[in-house]
Design a protein around this ligand. Structure first.
Ligand code: GDP
Length: 472
C-alpha cells in the first residue's frame, strides 16, 4: 500500500505484480528491498535506499589504480580453546618490541602491527577466537585478509577448529595452518595433517595447496617461518590502498574510559587517518582529539592497515562498524543522526534472515545464486549423507553449499555462522541448545530440524523449486 501510494498507482496493481513474481502479499505486507526494486521497475520507477549501510556511499569514490600502494596484510588467529592463540599473539607482539622500546608496556587494544627485520609489516587482529571475526562479518565488515588456523599437535582438529575453518572458508579468506605445541612430548603433527586431509584440506607437504607450519608458540620455534608463509600468502593477494585520501576503515573495539571519554580502536582500510579529522562511525561522530598506538604512544596519523586508538567520538560504536572521515563536523553529525533515526525505525520491524519459505522467492528474483546450509546431525553417517544429498540438489541456477557440517547439538556458534553467512541450519535428530534457540530467535535465523532424512531433502528441494507447501 505504501509503495503504491508513493508511485501513485492502484494498490491492486502492485499486488498483481507481486503475484506475477510468485509472491502472495496482503495490502499491509512489508516487501523486502529486492522486491521493491523489481516492482518499482515494473512501473518505471527507480529506487534509492537511504539505509544505514547505503549512506556510507558518501566519500567512497573509487581510487585510481595509479594511486594505490601496497599495504600490510591483516591477519586473524583462530582455533580451539587452549590450542595456543593467545600464546602465539603474545609471542609475536613481544618479540617485535623494537629495540629501545623494550620494556615499553604494550596494551591489548584489539589490533597491533609488527614490522619484520626487512621492514615488511603484518597487522594482527588481537581478539582471539572467531567471535570477533563473526561479529564483524555479520555487520558486513570484511576486515581479515588471512586466517591462521592454530591446532595443538598433542590434540586433534576440534569442533571449534572446524568452525573456524568454516568461517574462513565462508568468508573466502585464505588459511595458513599452524601446528602448535610441537615441543610437547606427546606432539604428533602428522595426526593433525591427517585430520585436515580428512576434511579435504591437504597441506603443501602432502601435495596440497594449504601452507602449514609446525610451531611452538611458547618457545618461539617456527614462528618466523609461519610469518614468512603468511607474507607469501599476502603477496598473492596483492593488497593495496591509497594512503592519500580521507580515511575509512573499521571499528575493532570501543569502550568508555573514566578519564578519557569514549575510546575506540580503529583499523584503517584506506586513506590516512589524522588527528583533528571529523569521523563518523555507526551512530557516533566527533573530531579526533588524540590518537595512540598499542604502546600508548601518541601518534598523529595512521596509514592503511594500521590500528590506532582514537579519542573524541561522542559514543562507542560497535565492533565491525565502519568509520569514515568527513570534510566537516556538520556532515559527520548529519550522517550519525540519520543513522540513529533509521536504526530506531528499523528496530521496530523485525529483521529476518534467510528462511526456507523465502528461498523460492529469492530465486525468482534472480539475485540469489547460492544456498548456504549448515548441517548438524546425530551421527557422522547422517551428516555426510545429508550433506552429500544437499550438494547434489545444486542446479545450473543455484549452487548449494554446505558451509559447515558436524555431529552434535545446534550451538550458538552455528547460529552466528548462519547469521554471518546468510545460511539455513538443518538439524537431523538433534535440537538447538536453549541459548542457540534464543539467539536464533533474536537474530531471525531459521533452524529446521528433522528426524527423517528424506523429509529434510524434500523440504530443501521443494523450496528451491518454489513448491514448498509447508510454509513455516
Ligand atoms: P588459547 O586458549 O588458544 O588462547 O591458548 P593459550 O595461548 O592460552 O594456551 C593454552 C595453554 O597451552 C597455556 O597453558 C599455554 O602456556 C600452553 N601453550 C601454548 N602454546 C604452547 C606451546 O607451543 N608449547 C607448550 N608446551 N605449551 C603451549
Amino acid at each position: 500500500s505504501e509503495l503504491a501510494t508513493m508511485m501513485n498507482v492502484p494498490v491492486n496493481k502492485v499486488i498483481g505484480t507481486c503475484m506475477n513474481l510468485g509472491i502472495m502479499v496482503s495490502i499491509n505486507q512489508r516487501l523486502d528491498a529486492e522486491t521493491v526494486n523489481i516492482v518499482a521497475d515494473e512501473f518505471g520507477f527507480k529506487t534509492e535506499y537511504v539505509s544505514a549501510e547505503v549512506s556510507e556511499a558518501i566519500n567512497e569514490e573509487a581510487d585510481d589504480e595509479s594511486d594505490l600502494l601496497p599495504r600490510a596484510p591483516i591477519v586473524t588467529v583462530m582455533g580451539h580453546v587452549d590450542h595456543g592463540k593467545t600464546s602465539l599473539l603474545d609471542h609475536i607482539r613481544n618479540t617485535n618490541v623494537i629495540a629501545g622500546e623494550a620494556g615499553g608496556i604494550t596494551q591489548h587494544i584489539g589490533a597491533y602491527n609488527v614490522t619484520l627485520q626487512d621492514g615488511r609489516q603484518i597487522t594482527f587482529l588481537d581478539t582471539p577466537g572467531h567471535e570477533a571475526f563473526t561479529a564483524m562479518r555479520a555487520r558486513g565488515a570484511q576486515v581479515t585478509d588471512i586466517a591462521i588456523i592454530i591446532i595443538a599437535a598433542d590434540d586433534s582438529v576440534m569442533p571449534t577448529t572446524r568452525e573456524a575453518i568454516a568461517h574462513a572458508q565462508a568468508a573466502n579468506v585464505p588459511m595458513v595452518f599452524a601446528i602448535n605445541k610441537i615441543d610437547k612430548p606427546g606432539a604428533n603433527p602428522d595426526k593433525i595433517r591427517e585430520d585436515l586431509s580428512q576434511m579435504n584440506l591437504l597441506v603443501e607437504e602432502w601435495g596440497g595447496k594449504y601452507q602449514c607450519q609446525e610451531i611452538s608458540a611458547k618457545k618461539g620455534i617456527g614462528v618466523d617461518e609461519l610469518l614468512e608463509k603468511v607474507l607469501l600468502e599476502a603477496e598473492m593477494l596483492e593488497l593495496k590502498a591509497n594512503p592519500n585520501r580521507r580515511a575509512s576503515g573499521s571499528i575493532i573495539e570501543s569502550s568508555l574510559d573514566k578519564g578519557r571519554g569514549y575510546v575506540s580502536t580503529v583499523l584503517v582500510s584506506n586513506g590516512t587517518l589524522k588527528q583533528g579529522d571529523y569521523v563518523v562511525a555507526g551512530t557516533s561522530y566527533g573530531r579526533i582529539k588524540a590518537m595512540f598506538n598499542e604502546r600508548n604512544q601518541r601518534i598523529d596519523k595512521a596509514a592503511p592497515a594500521e590500528p590506532a586508538i582514537i579519542l573524541g567520538l561522542n559514543g562507542a560504536p560497535t565492533a565491525g562498524d565502519s568509520f569514515h572521515v568527513m570534510e566537516t563536523e556538520q556532515e559527520a553529525k548529519e550522517i550519525a543522526g540519520k543513522r540513529e533515526r533509521l536504526q530506531r525505525e528499523q528496530g521496530l520491524r523485525t529483521q529476518t534472515r534467510l528462511t526456507l519459505a523465502d528461498i523460492s522467492h529469492r530465486i525468482a528474483l534472480g539475485s540469489f545464486k547460492e544456498l548456504n546450509l549448515i548441517v548438524k546431525g546425530d551421527t557422522d553417517g547422517s551428516v555426510e549423507a545429508l550433506s552429500d544429498s544437499f550438494i547434489k540438489l545444486s542446479t545450473e541456477k543455484i549452487k548449494v553449499n554446505v558451509i559447515h557440517k558436524a555431529v552434535g547439538q545446534i550451538s550458538e556458534n552455528d547460529v552466528q555462522l548462519a547469521y554471518a553467512s546468510d545460511a539455513l541450519i538443518v538439524g537431523f535428530q538433534v535440537r538447538p541448545s536453549a541459548s542457540a534457540r534464543k539467539l536464533a530467535d533474536n537474530e531471525g535465523v531459521e533452524i529446521n530440524t528433522y528426524s527423517i532424512i528424506y523429509d529434510a531433502i524434500e523440504d530443501i528441494k521443494s523450496a528451491m523449486e518454489g513448491m514448498l507447501e509447508k510454509i513455516k
